[in-house]
Write a protein that binds this ligand. Structure first.
Ligand SMILES: *Cc1c(COP(=O)(O)O)cnc(C)c1O
Length: 384
């Protein structure tokens, strides 16, 4: 039987909640389920204000509007990320400036940020890869020194921690994803966390097509009208109803994912000791959320052979990002701070293993097969 790379988790209460929304006649956005989800996000992350969006991409686009970027302004980000991190800013005419990643976490290397800052730099967009926090103390200090906005792409970071803070709630703005490949899902879905209270009013307006509709419903203005640029970024209530069922189970979901992650991690320790793979590194002070389990192999050929060998055993393992600075559109609109040696090297060597709720019974087969493939002569490896 095929073991897929991902399988969206359904808790059981999703359909019940959707029926409730239907019974209440609430189909448009910002109904009671949306409010419940936003209150949960505020309570669990400590952010000042959370707004549900229809995707993390939408939340990042809102953040880019809030950053008030002018054409030619620059935003520092890793190249090893999903296209939305860059596209959100490119849509505003800004230039993504790609900085290399750290060898341990594959996150934006905070030691290389300052060298990439120019008079046009306006923001830093760190991405918490695999739900493992960037060095946010260092990044916030750099931003403060240079007067930059920090927009966290915390798409993978729901309920993960950096020291005593929650990912997404540390920068001025943070973006979550509830896409079905993430930990807590609504099919498509996301949220913008507005941690800087000065941005809260404008965030609501941008999300409501550039109108002050939310202020009108709170009785703060006597009519609602067009006051700014904006678009439709809010999800309907059916999405929020689904999401609420997942939020109610969020701690159990995270605990089960962490157990799967730990099992992989322990199982591959001998391979790492033998120099055949490198396992993920979780820095001190980071409480990750087991969004992903990956291994770093020796090179691209070994990774291709590994994925094929696992496929032959009906186990679906996948690589991840093609670095944005090397993509056709990234070359056209972006700029790499240097030749990004770690990004180029690590992107070729990384492979992700299946990790989803329900994998428990079959995880042994993944582990045994991976151990056999990586220990076998057909993929000769000599790590030193
Ligand atoms: C998933 C993901 C996104 C996009 O999320 P959507 O909700 O699908 O728009 C953006 N950035 C990163 C790092 C992601 O992993």
């Amino acid at each position: 039987m095929m073991i897929p790379f991902n399988k969206p988790y359904l808790g059981g209460k999703e359909l019940w909640n959707i029926a409730q929304a239907h019974a209440k006649g609430q189909m448009a956005g910002d109904g009671s389920f949306t409010k419940q989800c936003q209150a949960w996000l505020e309570q669990r992350t400590g952010t000042r204000k959370a707004l549900l969006t229809h995707s993390c991409t939408a939340a990042l686009e809102m953040a880019a509007i809030l950053a008030d970027l002018q054409p030619g302004d620059e935003v520092i980000m890793p190249s090893y990320t999903f296209v939305s991190t860059a596209n959100a800013f490119v849509l505003r005419g800004a230039v993504p400036v790609f900085v290399d990643i750290r060898p341990d976490t594959l996150n934006l290397d905070e030691r290389k940020i300052e060298a990439a800052i120019t008079p046009r730099t306006r923001a830093i967009a760190p991405v918490h890869y695999a739900g493992v926090g960037c060095d946010m103390d260092a990044i916030m200090a750099i931003a403060e020194r240079h007067g930059l906005l920090v927009i966290e792409d915390a798409a993978q970071g729901v309920l993960a921690r950096y020291r005593d803070r929650t990912l997404g709630a540390i920068g001025h703005l943070g973006a979550f994803s509830f896409h079905e490949t993430k930990n807590i899902i609504s099919g498509e879905g996301g949220a913008l966390l507005i941690n800087d209270p000065a941005l809260a009013t404008r965030a609501e307006i941008i999300r409501e097509k550039g109108t002050n509709r939310s202020q009108f419903f709170r009785g703060q203005v006597d009519k609602y009208t067009w006051v700014d640029i904006g678009s439709s970024y809010l999800p309907g209530e059916i999405i929020a109803a689904f999401l609420w069922a997942q939020m109610e189970e969020a701690d159990a979901i995270t605990a089960r994912r962490l157990a799967l992650w730990e099992r992989y991690h322990a199982a591959f320790e001998p391979l790492e000791r033998a120099g055949r793979v490198r396992r993920p590194v979780i820095p001190d002070g980071c409480g990750h959320n087991a969004h992903m389990y990956y291994l770093l192999l020796r090179d691209l050929d070994d990774r291709t052979a590994f994925i094929q060998a696992m496929r032959a055993e009906d186990i679906h393992c996948v690589f991840h990002y093609v670095p944005l600075h090397s993509a056709p559109y990234g070359q056209k609109v972006g700029r790499a701070a240097d030749d990004l040696p770690l990004t180029t090297d690590l992107a070729d060597r990384l492979v992700r293993l299946p990790l989803w709720l329900g994998l428990e019974e079959q995880q042994k087969r993944v582990i045994e097969t991976a151990n056999r493939v990586l220990g076998a002569d057909r993929i000769p490896m000599s790590y030193t």
